[in-house]
Design a protein around this ligand. Structure first.
Ligand code: TYM
Length: 332
């Protein structure tokens, strides 16, 4: 019997992958396949809570898969799949909707943010999204869910829903732990360090596939702080811009904050900003090159997502059958 612990996570292909997704999530997924049984997916079902252009969604879903592989997720060792290819997600999502409370969903900050941004389309899916996310997770009985800081609240709701369900029906679901990195859990926008880096602010967002010269331009223009000190010192409250750049530099190079402060001691932001840009460019270069190469091979990508969906379905259906039996559905 396989005794490995299980890890699972997903990203919405609603935009191109960016440095926040990489440092907050994907970087933490790689190189764990020896230790964990790993499931990573493209959360396409979640993206339609906001209107998508169909052709772009299709393209980005495949690009995301190529980028997962380029980031070091070997499809032979990790189960990589497209969420909508495993119908158990929608099925368990419905069940868990009935075990998730209106009040709980109303408190979700991602719902509040997105509802404020898309006032003309505050649909039911946007509201019940966390129940589908709970299904994504609980189907695979994972021990850990590696995500950035902003997904912690959804992971906590998942635990509450699982505990509620287990309390009624016995131990059906394993209670998963969010797994949040020390450096990189919350990367802020380069043009607005008070908001998290996201594709909705492209000038402050560094995309994985972006050209080096464009990345460097964004770092050179990164907003730094207006304090008189102008030195590289980690202090997120007083110096959010510089601290964010230090956080990025730390996540990319593995250096500690005191090491970074020492490295740039006596130098202004003018030296520091391009140095962070260079470190990011070198970190992303092999990923960009490898992803572009993999994207040319559509047959390979198809073989990966088909095998992934088959393996994921096998595991997911086992949990779903158990749930259906517990709640009183007649076996198929
Ligand atoms: P999503 O698609 O918004 O983001 C994907 C992952 O990237 C992390 N992230 C960041 N980390 C650090 N700094 C940032 N600026 C930043 N922006 C994004 C997120 O924390 C996340 O880990 N609901 C999820 C997708 C999802 C999921 C799941 C995740 C659906 N089902 C099941 C885990 C398990 C979401 O919208 O993430």
């Amino acid at each position: 019997m396989d005794e490995k612990k299980v890890m699972l996570s997903g990203i919405q292909p609603s935009g191109d992958l960016h440095l926040g997704n990489y440092l907050g999530a994907i970087k933490n997924w790689g190189a764990r396949a020896e230790e964990f049984d790993c499931y990573y997916f493209m959360a396409d079902m979640h993206t339609i809570t906001v209107r998508q252009n169909p052709a772009d969604l299709r393209r980005r879903t495949l690009e995301q898969l190529a980028q997962y592989i380029a980031c070091g997720l070997d499809p032979e060792k990790n189960t990589l799949f497209i969420q909508s290819h495993v119908p158990a997600h929608a099925e368990l999502g419905w069940v868990l909707n009935c075990y998730t409370m209106f009040g709980e969903l109303s408190r979700m900050t991602q719902f509040k943010d997105k509802a404020a941004k898309h006032k003309d389309n505050i649909n039911g899916g946007l509201f019940t999204y966390p129940a589908l996310m709970a299904a994504d997770i609980l189907l695979y009985q994972p021990d850990y869910v590696p995500v950035g800081e902003d997904q912690k609240q959804h992971c906590e709701l998942t635990r509450d829903v699982a505990q509620r369900f287990n309390h009624i029906y016995g131990d059906v679901f394993k209670i998963p732990e969010p797994y949040i990195p020390k450096a990189g859990a919350r990367i802020m926008g380069l043009s607005a360090p008070e908001s998290k880096m996201s594709k909705s602010m492209p000038e402050g967002c560094v995309f994985l596939m972006e050209k080096p010269e464009d990345i460097q331009r964004k770092f050179k223009r990164a907003v730094t702080d207006s304090d008189t000190e102008r030195c590289v010192r980690y202090d997120p409250a007083a110096k959010p811009g510089v601290s964010n750049l230090m956080n990025i530099y730390a996540a990319v190079t593995g250096k500690t904050m005191p090491e970074i402060e020492a490295e740039f001691d006596g130098q202004g932001y003018g030296k520091f900003k391009p140095a962070v840009g260079d470190a990011v460019i070198e970190c992303l270069r092999p990923i960009r090159e490898e992803a572009s190469r993999i994207l040319q091979d559509k047959a390979y990508l198809e073989s990966v997502y088909k095998a992934g969906a088959e393996k994921a379905s096998y595991v997911a259906n086992k949990t779903l059958r158990k749930v259906y039996k517990k709640i009183g559905f007649v076996a198929r």
